[in-house]
Design a protein around this ligand. Sequence first.
Ligand code: ATP
Length: 358
Amino acid sequence: MTGHDRTDSELVLLDGSMGEGGGHILRSALCLSLITGRPFQLTRLREHREPPGLRPQHLAYVRGAEALSTSTSEGAAVGASDMRFTPGPVRAGDYLLEVGTAGSTPLLFQCLVYPLALAGGGRLTLRGATHLQNSPSFHALTGAWLPVARAYGFPVQLSLTHAGFYPEGAGEFTAEVGAPEEPPLRVDLPARGVLREVRVMSFVGGLPFGVAERQSRAAVAALRERGILAEADNRPLPVTRSQGTVTFVLAQFEHTVAAFTSLGDRALDAEAVGRRAAEALTRFMETGGALDEHLAEQLLLPAALLASGRLGPVTPGTTRFTTACVTGELTTQAEVLRRFLPVDIRVEPGGAVEVRPA
Ligand SMILES: Nc1ncnc2c1ncn2[C@@H]1O[C@H](COP(=O)(O)OP(=O)(O)OP(=O)(O)O)[C@@H](O)[C@H]1O
């Protein structure tokens, strides 16, 4: 179980419309509340989103946090704009959680993985969508998030049982989550260094394999036009009820890795889907950032846990990196972290980020 300090009981007040004002404020608050033992009150939840308030997938995040622990919530219901969460200790163990037809399992995973690891670990089996717009795909988790998690000493293994695409979802993946170990790496990433290798991977679930091949060919050709040579790999994905395709570009730089996902779209031909993934990499390479904007935002949480001394016996440490783009999500995430943890997070307009003990 995570040991909650008695001194950590101070209520955290959060305005859910601040910054980007999306569901990520709720997910980060749930994660940090479970870890610190601090209750939170969230008002004006997703006020500027359409429709506003909690959606079914957000409610699934609250229910997931409750399932892992003896936590309780008040006011959490579809459409609600205000809610309160009172955390209880997290129990190590195995959990099967559903996020609903079109909810993102990677987002639910990122909300729960750190509290579960800090409580001793276990297995998360998550059902719902695994490849959804505006969220990390399962392959972005394995390709980009996992090396970051391991750098902070979180031993996690991920396996995809079924891919789940919008709108049916019906996917499933499993995460074996170990207790944190001494971090093997010092995260200090001012620059990405030279490009070492690019892999293009196209996957299809429930659609002709030729779609994957067309996507990859277009991605490889678009990269070649920019002088980037890439290996292509096409694979079928196991699915149940849903159908979909995805092209994934994974770039290994000297110091970092960057992953770009382009999901199949009925309004686009396969070539456009492939090109979109390639263009995301070339746009990233026009910036000076070590990390892409999504990985930069995702790295803040383990960096803040390390800086605040929450990673068990590990000495509090400082993380430095540069991001391709300072997004509203990044600055909002930094603000949520400051409310829960004694950390100093500096985000320079040019993209340099530092997370250190307060
Ligand atoms: N292509 C991508 N690769 C990796 N991560 C992504 C990608 N697109 C979006 N994300 C991440 O997914 C998260 C989405 O959170 P966000 O709050 O915007 O959406 P949400 O939880 O679905 O809620 P809302 O419906 O309020 O937007 C953010 O952390 C964002 O960085």
